[in-house]
Design a protein around this ligand. Structure first.
Ligand SMILES: [Zn+2]
Length: 346
């Protein structure tokens, strides 16, 4: 079934049924060996942040030089380019903010008035496509065309709050994808993990009081944007569904992988997600231009394997990962390649 038929089917038939029936029914429809889905397009190179800005096109050029040379690259399911609709952005963003971002960018702004996000003429188009790509990836994984997915997109998204672009981010693609999966595919519980070296304040804000989305972040502290304390654990229906693991500069595999295995793994299995989204920021890698963590490529492989472990127990193996930060192009390319290779093996 393609998405429209599936949407009608899910809304009409499964609305009153047990949500627990959804994952197994989808898995049962899927072929036995499914590829990993992948998305990249040169469009993302046209978001111009200015000379020597760390969030630059060369990041993706380096990633693609490395990934496209991998022996498994030809086997990836390529995800087509598409823009997120305004109504999709508004699943998590205030309509006023979406309109403001568009007006400012189309009016020639070089920086959003809401925060430290540099933009250029193409940035609205690029940002809506970065978001749309993750939605296409959700479709591919939920429809069973792919077992998991990675989107090599920019700008990143996890700092964008409902009403504010900041921290190089315009729209929060991973948050839009979580809501989209719920609305379009009838997914009930979504787990979002964020191993970017910065705390994903936007994602946390959006789901802080939400009982259907579990958000976990490891990040450097004290560091930008200043949120993500251990004590921030959610509120109301979302109580206990935000998990922050801040670590001092210099933390590496022992701390980050340890938090995922010892703290996230049991909590995630208890939460029992139907879908897992990853804010894959590789600025936690050693040698990053901005980050002060020391995570190795093997560390990112292990994080990926832990997520696959969770996904195979709960969620039919379904993982959609998207690039967030990572500001030393060669290191970013190496870590991304390691991450995608584990998704392919998983
Ligand atoms: Zn970051």
């Amino acid at each position: 079934m393609r998405s429209l038929d599936r949407r009608d089917f899910l809304r009409g038939t499964l609305a009153a049924a047990s949500w627990a029936a959804l994952p197994s029914s989808l898995t049962a429809c899927a072929p036995r060996t499914r590829p990993t889905a992948f998305h990249y397009d040169d469009l993302y190179l046209t978001h111009d942040t200015g000379e020597d800005h760390p969030e630059r096109p060369a990041r993706l050029t380096a990633v693609m030089d490395r990934v496209s040379a991998a022996e498994w690259y030809p086997d990836l399911h390529q995800i087509p380019l598409r823009a997120a609709e305004t109504s999709e952005l508004e699943l998590v963003h205030d309509p006023e903010y979406v309109a403001l971002a568009r007006t400012e960018i189309e009016g020639g702004a070089r920086r959003l008035s809401t925060g430290d996000t540099n933009v250029s003429a193409e940035s609205y188009r690029v940002s809506t496509h970065a978001c749309g790509a993750v939605l296409e990836a959700v479709d591919a994984v939920m429809d069973g065309r792919a077992k998991n997915a990675f989107c090599a997109v920019r700008p990143p998204g996890h700092h964008a709050t409902p009403d504010r672009g900041m921290g190089f981010c315009v729209f929060n693609a991973v948050a839009v994808a979580a809501r989209y999966a719920q609305v379009t595919h009838g997914v009930e519980r979504v787990l979002i993990v964020d191993w970017d070296v910065h705390h994903g304040n936007g994602t946390q804000d959006i789901f802080y009081a939400d009982g259907s989305v579990f958000y976990m972040s490891t990040h450097q502290s004290p560091f930008y944007p200043g949120t993500g304390a251990l004590e921030e654990t959610g509120e109301g229906p979302g109580s206990g569904l935000t998990m922050n693991r801040p670590f001092a500069e210099g933390a590496g595999d022992a701390e980050v992988v340890g938090a995922f295995r010892n703290d996230l793994l049991p909590a995630a299995l208890d939460f029992a997600p139907d879908l897992i989204l990853i804010s894959a920021g590789f600025d936690a890698r050693h040698g990053d231009r901005l980050g002060g963590f020391e995570v190795t490529d093997e560390g990112f492989r292990e994080l990926t394997r832990i997520m696959l472990e969770i996904a195979h127990v709960s969620g039919g193996g379904r993982i959609v990962s998207m690039l967030e930060g990572g500001y030393t192009p060669e290191g970013l390319a190496s870590a991304t390649c390691a991450h995608v290779e584990e998704l392919v093996r998983g």
